[in-house]
Ligand binder design. Structure first.
Ligand SMILES: [Zn+2]
Length: 365
């Protein structure tokens, strides 16, 4: 029997393999004016050399400052550091500042493999299995850790921090002791009796679960936002440092409503806090829908909230990872245009551990 899940996975693996092989034509990508999110490895061995070749084409770029492996590429005093790239980071930020090119950095938040090695911080699935690359979003000391990183990054003359990995993996998380002990009493349940099956069988309690997780995610974001505001007095910026929060939208995970119920990401709350979201489009689904199909219409309907978000002063960016073929950027731009989104963003590569992450997002963990 053919299994569509396996076919998809095969396609994903093929795409990931290709992303390692394809030689990137930067000029062509810059010409399409996305926010180009670059790893230090994309830039090569010298920021100066890269900028001297491409500087005149660049207008919106981001440097990966803290990776999903937990390591910083700048000289952090808080996170573990990859020393090979700290000089490049400094040079990159300084040169962009001189050329007055808008400058962003990215950081992974709960997707932190270094921190998640510690069983005290790992997020736990409904089946009681720890996930070794992701931190439980219900840890005040980890919010403080994230806030320190925002402060460090905000002390550089940058305009924006794009924050990835901002929510729960999916609805079946987090069942760590801390989360169970805190949530179960709020619905009159014993912590050791709290199971995912129980939540699914009790819609009212299930909705309380969703609400509780949204509040946790919001608390985490509010720590980062407060840290960003603190840095505004330290650095001369035309506008306050912007925090852009990743929100996955995937047809396999219920689109926008799924972002709330699965990940705890409620766009109206994010609007109130940071005013800026990055929609991670189809992160777990390999092919984007074609215009004129029902899938395309479903996607546009799911993106309808963007109009209201923008009307209330919010900024929206449409992002896709693993975009190493320029034609695919046109596809993304088309969807953005139809959904009334002005800015697109991309990475050339898939995240580290993509296959494992996809499995815990889509599986019955
Ligand atoms: Zn937890």
């Amino acid at each position: 029997m053919p299994n569509p899940q396996n076919d998809l996975l095969l396609l994903v693996r093929t795409m990931m393999g290709l992303s390692k092989m394809v030689k990137i034509d930067f000029r062509e990508f810059f010409g399409k004016e996305p926010l180009l999110i670059l790893k230090p490895e994309d830039i090569g061995h010298s920021a100066r050399e890269f900028i001297s070749v491409y500087g005149s084409y660049m207008h919106d770029v981001a440097f990966v400052a803290k990776r999903a492996n937990g390591y910083a590429t700048y000289s952090s005093r808080t996170a573990p550091v990859e020393p090979d790239y700290t000089e490049m980071f400094e040079e990159w930020i300084t040169l962009l500042g001189k050329l007055k090119i808008r400058s962003a950095v990215t950081m992974d938040f709960y997707t932190d493999k270094w921190f998640a090695r510690d069983p005290k911080y790992q997020t736990i699935s409904a089946k009681g299995l720890p996930v070794e690359y992701q931190v439980c979003p219900n840890r005040e000391d980890f919010w403080e850790y994230g806030a320190e990183i925002v402060k460090e990054l905000g002390s550089y003359p940058i305009n924006e921090i794009v924050v990835f990995g901002t929510g729960f993996i999916q609805d079946r998380f987090c069942f760590c002791d801390r989360c169970k002990d805190e949530f179960a009493p709020s619905i009159g349940q014993e912590p050791h009796r709290l199971t995912y099956e129980y939540l699914v069988e009790n819609p009212e309690q299930h909705e309380a679960w969703h609400q509780w997780r949204v509040e946790k995610v919001n608390q985490g974001i509010s720590y980062l936002q407060a840290a960003a505001r603190e840095t505004d007095d330290l650095v001369d910026r035309e506008e306050p440092l912007k925090l852009t929060i990743e929100m996955p939208i995937d047809p396999q995970k219920g689109f926008t409503e799924g972002a709330r119920t699965e990940n705890g990401l409620d766009h109206s709350k994010i609007l109130e806090m940071t005013g800026s979201i990055l929609i991670n489009l189809y992160p777990w689904t390999p092919l984007l829908p074609r215009p004129g199909t029902k899938d395309y219409d479903d996607l546009l309907e799911a993106l309808y909230f963007v109009k209201e978000f923008k009307r209330r002063g919010g900024n929206v960016t449409l992002f896709r990872w693993g975009m190493n073929v320029p034609d695919r950027v046109d596809e993304l731009r088309r969807i953005a245009k139809d959904a009334d989104i002005d800015r697109i963003a991309l990475t050339f590569h898939f995240p580290e551990d993509y296959a494992a992450r996809r499995e815990s997002v889509l599986g019955s963990a």
